[in-house]
Design a binder for this molecule. Structure first.
Ligand code: ADP
Ligand code: MG
Length: 255
């Protein structure tokens, strides 16, 4: 079971798709306040792990604990409510909604007012909506997106769309944030900005799991790195050590 030094514990998780074990008895322990890298060649099971952690897939075997609470088997919205937020490998924004509206989508679950409050436009509802807008604006500012609040998501430059995805995840007020290849397709200056923002997010006490192919990003940010290959964890440790592990080099070169 999870101990005090572990925020998230993955216990021998198996994820089977027909004859394929996308995750083959994987164990992870994520310490609070850390940035934990999850790397491995294409098809090694990284995104599948994110999908298990966020309840999109129910693991074939094993268990996942957030603090002391078992979360495998819960629905995605139940898991989000317990404090795990994520971004996707491919951008998944509401393109025709503005940046601030995309963040507000993440905030609606915090409303206490009822449907009738909304229909009748009660003061309570109005107050909640004003508070939510202020909070969404603060998150956009934090992400360097303040000037784009009224811009439709589809009209944002790609780098800003990726930042907006992170903003929307932060609206859930997560204790654990999962980022699936956030630097993919970004220019060098955008990657530098992303790295600074990830540091700032961690500075606010949010624990992160980072899937990333850019090794300089992984090396620069992560406290610990776990390496997957064909669904199995083949190495784990500080990034500099993992980078020189012969099994890891073989996995990347031999693929
Ligand atoms: P990564 O993110 O490391 O590139 P994935 O987790 O996306 O890898 O995929 C791991 C393996 O699981 C791949 O062989 C992939 O084809 C397979 N896979 C992932 N999701 C499914 C699914 N829903 N159904 C069948 N196979 C899947
Ligand atoms: Mg993936």
């Amino acid at each position: 079971l999870a101990d005090a030094k572990t925020l998230l514990r993955v216990e021998s998780v198996v994820m089977q798709f027909g004859g394929l074990k996308a995750l083959d008895s994987v164990k992870l322990a994520i310490a609070p306040g850390t940035i934990h890298g999850l790397i491995g060649p294409n098809g090694s099971g990284k995104s599948t792990m994110m999908n298990v952690l966020t309840g999109i897939y129910r693991p074939t075997a094993g268990a996942v604990y957030l603090s002391q609470h078992r979360i495998d088997g819960l629905t995605p919205s139940e898991i989000a409510g317990k404090g795990i937020a994520r971004t996707f490998q491919n951008v998944q924004l509401f393109g025709e909604m503005t940046a601030i509206e995309n963040v507000l989508v993440g905030l609606h679950h915090t409303f206490r007012s009822t449907l009738m409050d909304a229909v009748l436009r009660t003061p309570r509802r109005a107050r909640e909506e004003a508070e939510a807008r202020a909070r969404a604006m603060a998150i956009l500012d934090f992400m360097g997106l303040g000037q784009f609040a009224g811009t439709e998501a589809r009209n944002l430059p790609y780098g800003k769309q990726r930042m907006l995805e992170i903003a929307r995840a932060l609206a859930l007020d997560p204790s654990l944030l999962l980022l699936d290849e956030p630097a993919a397709g970004l220019s060098a200056p955008d990657i530098a900005e992303l790295v600074e923002i990830i540091r700032k997010i961690r500075g606010h006490g949010i624990t992160l799991i980072l899937i990333e192919h850019h090794m300089d990003v992984v090396m620069g940010l992560c406290d610990t790195v776990s390496v997957l290959d064909f669904g199995q964890k083949i190495a784990e440790g500080p990034p500099a050590k993992v980078q020189n592990d012969p099994r890891v080099i073989e996995a990347y070169l031999g693929g």
